[in-house]
Design a protein around this ligand. Structure first.
Ligand code: SF4
Ligand code: SF4
Length: 90
């Protein structure tokens, strides 16, 4: 996992994916609009602030390109993007 601004290397998952901090999320859903692949959805569970946070959809771990658009638009810095490092050339 690479670590660049907006991208974190603290996840144990190996592919591109995002993590949304549900308690930081205020439910504006800008990330849902921003994702070009429609990988983020509205949760059906309330957070402690009383809103329905965004969450990665079922195919997010397969189709996420780690483009970072969701991270860029989030006003509450609630999203981390994890980018898989390229395999070294054989
Ligand atoms: S953009 Fe940020 S605050 Fe808005 S719904 Fe997405 S994660 Fe939540
Ligand atoms: S990093 Fe890009 S592809 Fe992945 S969930 Fe965010 S906007 Fe969608």
């Amino acid at each position: 996992m690479s670590k660049t601004p907006g991208l974190s290397d603290e996840s144990t998952k190996t592919g591109n994916h995002i993590v949304i901090d549900v308690e930081r999320c205020k439910g504006c859903y800008l990330c849902i609009t921003a994702c070009p692949h429609g990988l983020i959805e509205k949760s059906d569970c309330l957070n402690n602030a009383g809103c329905y946070p965004a969450r990665p959809g079922a195919s997010a771990e397969i189709r996420c390109t780690a483009c970072g658009l969701c991270w860029q638009v989030c006003p509450d810095v609630a999203i981390e993007v994890y980018k898989k490092e390229k395999e070294p050339d054989a």
